[in-house]
Design a protein around this ligand. Structure first.
Ligand code: HEM
Length: 144
């Protein structure tokens, strides 16, 4: 009995330690890394750009501007989810100033983000963490 205890104790401790390391992994890693974040961003942007109430914000933007915005969003999500990607875009206040984004636009956007995260089977915990981060810039984006 005692012998078994000494065999299983280190194994048990190893499992506990492994779980702790897993729990400390960055949101970036838990979301699946760069490629997963880029795929989520592409899906989310295409939902925004084709939504009947939001497409007006994106009409008139050239392909290059769209690519630049997409890359900035990927870099920003990568950066805020705990990895050392560098965000080189404008501040959220400057980028959205004058667009007159309303509370209703924001709520539709948040719903579309959840739709995308569900499509990619992102677990609830990671969804909540990402939504909390995104919501922290709401005050800089919503103007009316
Ligand atoms: C109602 C919601 C939103 C709408 C309608 C919206 C719309 C836009 C538009 C039209 C632009 C291009 C502005 C320009 O180039 O003049 C833009 C840029 C950008 N947006 Fe949003 N946005 C929304 C929410 C968000 C959220 C939640 C994030 C962050 C996760 C975000 C991140 C960005 C970034 C990173 C840029 C690019 C900044 C740059 O190029 O310097 N946006 N947005």
């Amino acid at each position: 009995m005692k012998k078994r205890f000494y065999v299983f104790l280190p194994l048990f401790l190893l499992l506990v330690a492994a779980r702790q390391v897993q729990a400390q992994e960055s949101l970036y890693k838990r979301l699946g890394g760069y490629d997963a974040i880029a795929a989520v961003t592409d899906d989310f942007i295409s939902k925004l750009a084709t939504h009947k109430d939001l497409s007006r914000f994106f009409t008139g933007a050239g392909d290059d501007s769209k690519k630049s915005m997409r890359q900035h969003i990927v870099d920003m999500l990568c950066n805020v989810s705990g990895e050392p990607c560098v965000y080189m875009g404008r501040s959220m206040k400057d980028a959205h100033k004058g667009l007159k984004i309303s509370e209703n636009d924001w709520n539709i956007t948040a719903g579309l983000l959840v739709e995308t995260l569900n499509k990619f089977k992102v677990p609830k915990k990671e969804q909540d963490e990402l939504l909390a981060i995104v919501s922290s810039v709401k005050k800089d984006i919503v103007e009316m």
